[in-house]
Design a protein around this ligand. Structure first.
Ligand code: GTP
Length: 169
C-alpha cells in the first residue's frame, strides 16, 4: 500500500533545545532554511531516510505552546525529544514535561528518541548524565534511545534517526 513506508513523528522538547535545527539538518539540502527562528505553534516538515518517508511535526517548545503537544500524541508513531544538554538549570523542567508525556496512554509502546543536543559546547553534559537527570531508566513500556548530537553539523543525528526508523519500519 502507498502509506506503508510513511511514518509520522512528533519533535518536542523545551524552547531553544534545537528541535528546528535538528529537523532542518534532515531536510533535503535545497529546502534547508538559512536561519532557524523560534517556532510559533508548530511546523510540518518532510524528509526521506533509509526508504522511510517521515512527516515531522516540529512543535514549539515555548511554555505557552507546550499544551499543543498532547493533541498530536494519537497521530504519531514515534517521538523525538530534544534536550539542550547545556541547559543545566532547566533540565528539571524538561524532566517535568517528559514525565507528563510518559503518563499518556496513547503513547504506550511508541518509541522515543532523545537527542542530548549541543554536545559541541564545553558546558554540555553527556548522554549518560542526561539519562540520570531525566531518569530515563524508569521508562519500561516503550523503546527509547539517546544519542549525543550537534545539530549545527549533523553529528549524531543520522545514528538517532536510523534507530527510530528501525523501531517503526
Ligand atoms: P523553539 O522553536 O523555540 O521551541 O526552539 P527549538 O528547540 O526549535 O530550537 P532551535 O532549533 O531554534 O535552536 C535554538 C538555538 O540553538 C539556535 O540558535 C540554534 O542555532 C542553536 N543550536 C541548535 N542546536 C545546536 C547545537 O547542537 N549546538 C550549538 N552550539 N547550537 C545549537
Amino acid at each position: 500500500t502507498p502509506g506503508k513506508n510513511k511514518v509520522r513523528i512528533l519533535c518536542i522538547g523545551l524552547d531553544n533545545s534545537g528541535k528546528s535545527t535538528v529537523i532542518n539538518w534532515l531536510k533535503p539540502k535545497k529546502a534547508m532554511a538559512q536561519d532557524v527562528v523560534p517556532t510559533v505553534g508548530f511546523s510540518v516538515e518532510e524528509f526521506t531516510k533509509n526508504g522511510l518517508s517521515f512527516t515531522v511535526f516540529d512543535m514549539s517548545g515555548q511554555g505557552r505552546y507546550r499544551n499543543l503537544w498532547e493533541h498530536y500524541y494519537k497521530e504519531v508513531g514515534g517521538i523525538i525529544f530534544c534536550i539542550d544538554s547545556t541547559d543545566h538549570i532547566r533540565m528539571c523542567v524538561a524532566k517535568d514535561e517528559l514525565d507528563a508525556l510518559l503518563e499518556h496512554e496513547e503513547l504506550r509502546s511508541v518509541p522515543i528518541l532523545f537527542f542530548a543536543n549541543k554536545m559541541d559546547l564545553p558546558q554540555a553534559v553527556g548522554p549518560v548524565q542526561c539519562v540520570q537527570n531525566l531518569e530515563l531508566s524508569k521508562i519500561t513500556d516503550k523503546p527509547w534511545h539517546i544519542a549525543a548530537s550537534n545539530a549545527l553539523t549533523g553529528e549524531g543525528i543520522d545514528e538517532g534517526i536510523t534507530w527510530l526508523g528501525t523501531q517503526m519500519g
